[in-house]
Design a protein around this ligand. Structure first.
Ligand code: TYM
Length: 331
């Protein structure tokens, strides 16, 4: 059985990008693999949440995980900070992670641009913490969205470097995984190519959003004055709306609006209304499950404790073996 590991940062409700890029595959993979799915709360500290916000957002992601169909009896669902062995492996990997390669990482360069007042060491070493998360369970496959591709490449570098330095064949080199297809990137409603909550709340639709909120956000999505000649390529914001329609509407609906676009007869208002309706139909069952789970702290606590116990067992074994390989032997 192959080992699958993946995580989601605890920054509140999951959005459609998280679902399509990652969670949907977690749900599919949990049946036939040995899966570890976790809430990356150490990672979320890079943006300095208050203790209350940190706690609330961890609970929110756990609720969303279960509402989306992750089964705590099939996959190990846990909270990253419940497994301090991850922090030890992070420390050990950092000794062989070099400033140049960390600084060249696209996500780090992006953070320098977007949060220049808070470029902390946690951001710089974000890829080593991610590598620790993955290789602590000796993972083979990591279901993630397109934006995580480079982090996976760095994980392979750190894993193979460890093997080379110590002359062992200990860590497998894990791959980003999407059932043989290209990794997914769901676009934002603000014209950007990636749906994300961090830069613009209104660019992302959360699975927990009410029908009213979804309609409002979709109707506000960026568009233009419309095509002036038949069969023109679509500008990015328009392409985004078509991509979302491709993900959430039927093929017939997509083709209908695509033909209207090609004939310069498109009315974006009609298209957005249809898209909002289809997203609402898609997300409503999730939202209803979330509402019920949110009331059940006893169950959530039980899931988190059970996950922590299983994840720690696997992590502690790796750390014991890694310490031995490195030469931390007891006197
Ligand atoms: P995070 O929390 O930003 O995103 C979680 C997952 O959702 C995917 N994703 C998307 N996929 C497609 N389109 C989008 N617009 C979109 N936005 C987000 C991400 O690719 C990711 O798979 N560093 C990770 C969390 C993490 C992790 C790990 C992941 C920590 N340790 C170990 C895998 C393995 C992150 O910030 O993801």
């Amino acid at each position: 059985m192959e080992i699958v590991v993946s995580g989601i940062r605890s920054t509140g409700n999951l959005h459609l990008g998280n679902y399509f890029g990652a969670i949907r595959n977690f749900v599919k993979m949990q049946h036939e693999n040995h899966c570890y799915f976790f809430i990356a709360d150490y990672h979320s500290l890079t943006t300095h949440p208050t203790p209350t916000d940190l706690h609330d957002s961890v609970k929110t992601v756990l609720v969303d995980f279960i509402a989306c169909g992750l089964d705590p009896d099939k996959a190990t669902l846990y909270i990253q900070s419940d497994v301090p062995e991850v922090a030890e492996l992070y420390l050990l990997l950092n000794m062989n992670a070099y400033l140049g390669e960390l600084e060249r990482c696209t996500s780090f360069k992006e953070k320098i641009r977007t949060q220049s007042n808070n470029v902390n060491a946690g951001l710089l070493t974000y890829p080593t913490l991610m590598a620790a998360d993955i290789i602590i369970h000796k993972a083979h496959k990591v279901p993630v969205g397109k934006d995580q591709e480079q982090h996976l490449e760095m994980t392979r570098t750190f894993a193979s470097r460890f093997n080379r330095i110590y002359g062992v064949d200990y860590f497998p080199e894990p791959v980003a995984y999407n059932f043989g297809e290209d990794l997914v990137k769901i676009p934002g409603l603000d014209g950007s190519t990636k749906m994300s909550k961090s830069e613009n709340e209104n660019s992302a639709i959360c699975l927990a959003d009410s029908p009213e909120a979804i309609l409002k956000k979709v109707m506000k999505a960026v568009t233009d004055a419309g095509p002036t000649e038949p069969n023109q390529p679509k500008p990015q914001p328009i392409e985004n709306i078509f991509q979302l329609m491709h993900a959430f509407s039927t093929t017939d609906t997509y083709n209908h609006f695509s033909n209207l676009y090609d004939r310069c007869e498109i009315r974006y208002g009609d298209m957005k209304k249809q898209l909002a309706e289809d997203i609402i139909a898609y997300t409503t069952p999730f939202r209803e499950k979330m509402e019920a789970l949110n009331q059940d702290d006893a169950y959530l606590g039980k899931v988190a404790r059970m996950g922590a116990e299983k994840a720690r067992e696997s992590a502690a074994k790796t750390i014991r073996e890694v310490r031995e390989i490195i030469g931390f032997k007891r006197m």
